[in-house]
Each structure stands twice: as C-alpha cells, then as structure tokens.
Ligand binder design. Sequence first.
Ligand code: GAP
Length: 434
Amino acid sequence: MDLMGKITALCKRRGFIYPGSEIYGGLTGTWDYGPLGTLLKNNLKNLWWKEMVQLRSDIVGVDAAIMMNPKAWVASGHVEAFADPLIECKVCHARFRADKEDEIKVHIQTHEGKKVEWTSPKKFNLLVKAYLGIIEGEQSEIFLRGEITNGAQVNFKNVVDSTRVKIPFGIAQIGKAFRNEITPGNFIFRSREFEQMEVQFYVKPIEAEAEKWFEYWKKNRMDFYLSLGIRKENLRFREHEDKERAHYAKKAVDIEYNAPFGWSEFMGIHNRGNFDLKRHSEYSGANLSYKDPLTGEEYIPFDIETSAGVDRSLLFLIIDSYSEEGGRVILKLNPKLAPIKVAVFPLLANKENLVSEAKKIYQELQKNMMVAWDDRGNIGKRYFAQDEAGTPFCITVDFQTLGDKTVTVRDRDSAKQERIKIDKLSDYIQRKLE
Ligand code: GAP
C-alpha cells in the first residue's frame, strides 16, 4: 500500500478521520473527524490562536457568521471571479481543472491509449449556493462563504470602534469555508467543506510598509510550522505567477509541503492591497477608512493576509510524523499536538490493587490533560496502540508501584522507560508538554 493509502487507513482505523456520510455511500469532498481527529484539530487551532492572538497585543479575534448578505460576495469579487477553468473529457465526460496537468495526465492513462479530446476550458464558479427563508418562492439565494476573509473585512470598522487596536493591527479568525471544487481529492487535501485559520493584518497603504510586513509574515508562518516539528526539507516557499494569483491579490506566496502527491500548497501569504475594504466601502456605502488618532491622517489600509487550511495543516503534520519501525506504526506528533497526552495502564487487569492505584493516577491526570485508559491484552500491544495514536507517554502501574509509589513512564519515540514517583508525575508530564 502506498503512503497515502496507509495514512487514510490509519486515520479511519484509529478514529482520526472518516469519509463523510459513509453509511449513505458518502458525499464527495466531505470528511468527518472522529474522536482523535477532533482532539488533534482542536490542539492545532488552539496553538495557532495562542500564537496569533493570546501572545500578541496587535491582533484580535472575531468569529463571523458563515451566512452573509450576498452583496458582500459581489463586492469581494467572488461572484464574478472566484472560478477555476473547467474542461471535460469527451470520452467519458469526467471533469477536471484545466490547470491541474498531473491529474489530467493520470486520467488520460485510464483510457489506455485511446485518443482523448477535451472541451475548451470554461470558467466554473466555486461558490456554494444555499437558499434561506421559510416561504417557498420567497427564499433568498445566498452563498456559503468561499473563504472566511469577508467576515473579517466587513467588521473592520466595528473592530476599530470597539477595541483599542491601532494600525498596524490584525483580525484573526478560524472557521469553515465551502467551495464547489471541481476535483476534490488526495484525502482531506482538497475538499468541498474545510476550515481556514486567517489573519488579515492591516498596514499603512505604502508599498514599502506592505513589503516589510509581507516578509515578516512569511518568516513568522514558516517558523510556526517548523516549531510544530515539520521537517525543514519538506517545506518551501513558492511565489505565484501573475496568471495564477487570485483576483484580490497583488502578490501571493505559498508555503508548500513535499507531499507524497508532489509539492502542494499548505497556506498562503497574500498582499491584498486595499482591494477588499475599498470594494466593501463602495458597495455598502459604509466608510471603511481608518483615521490615525495621532496625526488625523485618513486612509484605507493595505491588508497582508496569512491564510492556512486547518485540514491541510493536519494532513501534512500526520504525513510528516508517520513512521514505521520494526513492523509497528508510530505517529511522532509534537506532544503539544498529540490528541492524547498520556495513557495509563495497570500491568494486570485482574489485580484489584494495581487497577485501583492506576485509576487514581488516571483520574488525577485527567484534570489537566487528555488521558487514555487501557487494561486489555499485554503491555506491548497497549504500547503499540498508543504509538499509532501518537500518544507521547505511557504510564504503567506494576507490583513495584505498590511498594515504592513509583511508576514506569515510557517515551513514545525512544521507547525508553523511566521510573518516576507518583507525586512527581503530573509535573514531569507537564514539563515535557511545554
Ligand atoms: N483568504 C484567502 C484564501 O482563501 P486560498 O489560497 O484560496 O486563500 C487558503 O486558501 C488556504 O485554504 C489554502 O492554502 C489551503 O490550505 C486551504 N484550502 C483552500 N481550498 C481548500 C480545499 N478545497 N480543501 C482544503 N483546504 C483548502
């Protein structure tokens, strides 16, 4: 089985990610996160939020509605320009993005030497439509947001008026986005419902200032992913060519990951100039300019955006930490991201004194972190099950524990064991998680 096959199977087997609506035959381009996947996703989002909002004084967070007045999508240019070039195979009518040459090549091979002709590319709008209202015939057509950005942009004035932010400052947001992707695929890499983590960082509308912050955010975001443990050789920057830039971007650089299916976009840093605020001002009639409280100078700021996919980040973190050693799978996730931080085992499930001692430890640790309990089978199998789930530490209560109040703590990556006093356990684990 290839690596993507192994990872997809592991994610299903261990409850990270399941196919969406599986019992009904699925729904293309949707995925459901299981118990471990939900924890991992929350840990990633919490770390991102901590770094972007909690530890900074120049970024504040919002959580805007997914459903917006459809005029916002006209103003942001998405109704007109948020489109991919679609072509259709004249042999089997399968549809592809004309700019995805690799996917087209793979498709041609499926026709085994037959001459494959294509329709000429036509623009296909990616916005997902929905109908709002309770009276048939009077419902209004709206769009599910194609990017989370608009919710931040339309609240620019609200944020300035209700907080103490001063330019340069950012608005952070995490939330779901929806796109009618022509070819969803590569597991959770390209789906129709996904989550984004973004900061719109507003700066003075001076090219040199925008360029300075653009470079700042490029480095800042690369450092973030390196700090999560992704190998340096698997990350790179790639600047967009003029023809591939989104309609709102003056400049765009992606951080790419060296995925099993080729170098692939992980997240983007975009100089959106004053495109969004200017257009929302024009279309809504609201004044979205900023008045400098010291100089009285009034201007529409430039926006340097960092936009990352939560699901893609998660996929690449899983791929990068996947390893096989001596026939067993170890998910060497950064302990800060690991869904379960520690597992507690009584050596034998039928020895009441071992079980009750282990239960006490389990319940104590649960107050501060996610803890797993396992008393099935032999200890080796329990270790392997936790290695696959990415659990960094396993604690075993054995007969020595009853005498000297120590337990073994086994490290996932080195498989080494240390004996630690029970009353020092919580501090010991917390320190390792910092
Ligand atoms: N606000 C800017 C924006 O949305 P984008 O490059 O279209 O820019 C940003 O998307 C990020 O969102 C991408 O780098 C990717 O991580 C994620 N993303 C975009 N489309 C996606 C999809 N169909 N499935 C999963 N993630 C996606």
